[in-house]
Design a protein around this ligand. Structure first.
Ligand code: GDP
Ligand code: MG
Length: 612
């Protein structure tokens, strides 16, 4: 069944487009790594690129002696419908379709040079090439630089280890199927491919042994010991190959012709005739494809669970990042209002309890205000001396006869004035608590996190509103104080004990001085207890006024003005309010793309699994 491999191929293709392919340290590369790939491994000039070409059936790889392949080439073969045009596409040149495969080869060379320079250096950065053709099987193959033994002129000493390390990163992945290429004209015991494959895959379950250059063996010798598994045993049968020689390539021998010649070679070979239906590049392609399919089939449950897990992770990250914002003004307005509501909810929780902070307002009424009232300098203001001064000034040239009406009024009025300070201070203190709660609520509103502009705008609007509430509150509390001065509680004075002379005392002992002293002290104490009574009243009424003007308003209409302003804004101004941190937008886009890929993959896998 071709569809399974095609499916994996499409997922891999999508992964590469997103930059999530093996080898990178991209956090998203795990899906790619869960999918099987085929990597071609072997010594330099063992025929790796030639084998790949025969599998594809097209000339498109740079080949020849010396180090030709200097960057990994991730080659994805996509089978298309019969009769459709064959073309190739590079990941680094999206949208450009290559139909001339000699241009593909040139581009591989150029792209290699772009990273490595025109040197003999290597680079682990892969080139991604996709081939769409009705004549290929669905496969992903990776061509790797050949393993070498010594650094040649122009190469750093470390190149031998570098190449091996690079090749190793590909073949050591448990999902990598190793196509181990060994030339038949060398002793298999010296094969670099088999040496490395044995290290990373000791049981040989994911290694396919490929013997090239059968045509170049010394006359009179053959490779039957290898091909029949007697020299080196692998779980999969060895496949012998005859690629085009350098002379064939120079003569531009066509691929189709080469394949026919290869078939003829095996069919007519006295040594390999009995194996001819299990030899050659076409057979190798089918063998690989079949194997790949069974591997994928076995992996489907784990791939599906990986995909589901990734989808869950991506969904929750998306939730965390917030969904993308709508583009039309109506929806944006709706979003902004939703965000304001979210903020408002948090703010109210702070005031009403559930979140801390609201209690600090009670602290203002319970501690700060009473303390401020207690600290008012009435002792000094109502000292006998001052009382005498104020009363005398009020009396003028004619001292009062019974009770100093004017003196009382002046003393009371001037005392009550002192209440203005604590009254205003209460409004200020509550204002600062509310302002702090606004700041906290903005910070605590998860939904707002992504919108720094809206945060700033909201804070400004809320603070402006709080400022208005404070002004109103101050006016109200001052009015409470003024009301106390405007009309005094008559009853209080009526109930005062009459100023009678010393009951039964010795009149002779009371001098005028003593009399006046007592008299003024009594006036002072009367005023003081009146002021004390007013203070008790204000201690209760100031909080009522402050809550009414500031707290209640903040709860009910903190953002009212903001709402009317928002309603008047144009689409562009709205989107400015909703502009996000660019890094966050980028990340969301990445997540969204992956989510789409993973979901599509899940759907495809579902449908393929059901089809079985
Ligand atoms: P790579 O370095 O492993 O990729 O090897 P290439 O595919 O570039 O091949 C190296 C050289 O060996 C080229 O000149 C090929 O034409 C030649 N070659 C590869 N396979 C065969 C083969 O089976 N028979 C013959 N006669 N030549 C081959
Ligand atoms: Mg090569």
């Amino acid at each position: 069944m071709e569809s399974l491999i095609g499916l994996v191929n499409r997922i891999q293709r999508a992964c590469t487009v997103l930059g999530d392919y093996g080898g990178g340290d991209n956090a998203f590369s795990s899906l790619w790594e869960a999918l099987p790939t085929v990597a071609v491994v072997g010594g330099q000039s063992s025929g790796k690129s030639s084998v790949l070409e025969s599998i594809v059936g097209r000339d498109f790889l740079p080949r020849g002696s010396g180090i030709v392949t200097r960057r990994p080439l991730v080659l994805q073969l996509h089978k298309t419908e019969d009769g459709s045009q064959e073309y190739a596409e590079f990941l680094h040149l999206p949208k450009r379709r290559f139909t001339d495969f000699s241009v593909v080869r040139k581009e591989i060379q150029d792209e290699t040079d772009r990273i490595t320079g025109k040197t003999k250096q290597i680079s682990p950065v892969p080139i991604h090439l996709s081939i769409y053709s009705p004549n290929v099987v669905n496969l992903t193959l990776i061509d790797l630089p050949g393993l070498t033994k010594v650094a040649i002129e122009g190469q750093p000493e470390s190149i031998v280890q570098d190449i091996e390390a690079m090749v190793r990163t590909y073949v050591e992945k448990p999902n990598c199927i190793i196509l181990a290429i060994s030339p038949a004209n060398q002793d298999i015991a010296t094969s670099d491919a088999i040496k490395l494959a044995r290290e990373v895959d000791p049981t040989g379950e994911r290694t396919f042994g490929v013997l090239t250059k059968l045509d170049l063996m010394d006359k009179g010798t053959n490779a039957l010991d290898v091909l029949e598994g007697r020299s080196y045993r692998l779980q999969h049968p060895w496949v012998g190959i005859v690629n085009r020689s350098q002379a064939d390539i120079n003569k531009n021998i066509d691929m189709i012709v080469a394949r026919r010649k290869e078939r003829e070679y095996f069919a007519t070979s006295p040594d390999y005739g009995h194996l001819s239906n299990k030899m050659g590049s076409e057979y190798l392609a089918k063998l690989l494809s079949k194997h790949l399919e069974s591997v994928i089939r076995a992996r489907i449950p784990s791939i599906t669970s990986l995909i589901n897990k990734s989808i869950d992770e991506l969904e929750s990250e998306m939730d965390h990042l917030g969904r993308p914002i709508a583009v039309d003004a109506g929806a944006q307005l709706y979003t902004i209002l939703e965000l304001c509501r979210a903020f408002d909810k948090v703010f109210k929780e702070h005031l009403d309890g559930g979140r801390p902070g609201g209690d600090r307002i009670y602290g203002v009424f319970d501690n700060q205000l009473p303390a401020a009232l207690r600290k008012l300098p009435f002792d000094r203001h109502l000292s006998q001396q001052n009382v005498r001064r104020v009363v005398s000034e009020a009396d003028g040239y004619q001292p009062h006869l019974i009770a100093p009406e004017q003196g009382y009024r002046r003393l009371i009025e001037s005392s009550l004035n002192y209440f203005r300070g604590p009254a205003e201070a209460s409004a200020d203190a509550v204002h600062f608590v509310l302002k702090e709660l606004v700041r906290k609520s903005i910070a605590e509103t998860q939904e707002l996190r992504r919108f720094p502009s809206l945060q700033a705008e909201l804070a400004a609007a809320a603070n402006e509103a709080l400022e208005r509430f404070r002004n109103d509150s101050k006016k109200t509390v001052l009015r409470l104080v003024d009301m106390e001065s405007s009309y005094l509680t008559v009853d209080f004075f009526r109930r005062l004990p009459q100023e009678v002379d010393n009951k039964g005392g010795n009149p002779a002992s009371s001098t005028v001085d003593r009399y006046t002293e007592m008299h003024f002290r009594r006036i002072g104490s009367n005023v003081s207890s009146y002021v004390g009574m007013v203070s008790e009243t204000l201690k209760n009424t100031i909080p009522k006024a402050v809550v009414h003007c500031q707290v209640r308003e903040a709860k009910q209409s903190l953002l009212n003005y903001f709402y009317t302003q928002i309603g008047k804004k144009e689409g562009k101004q709205l989107s400015q309010l909703l502009d996000e941190d660019p890094a966050l937008m980028e990340r969301r886009l990445e997540c969204a793309k992956r989510l789409e890929l993973y979901k599509a993959a899940r759907d495809e896998i579902d449908s393929v699994s059901w089809a079985r």
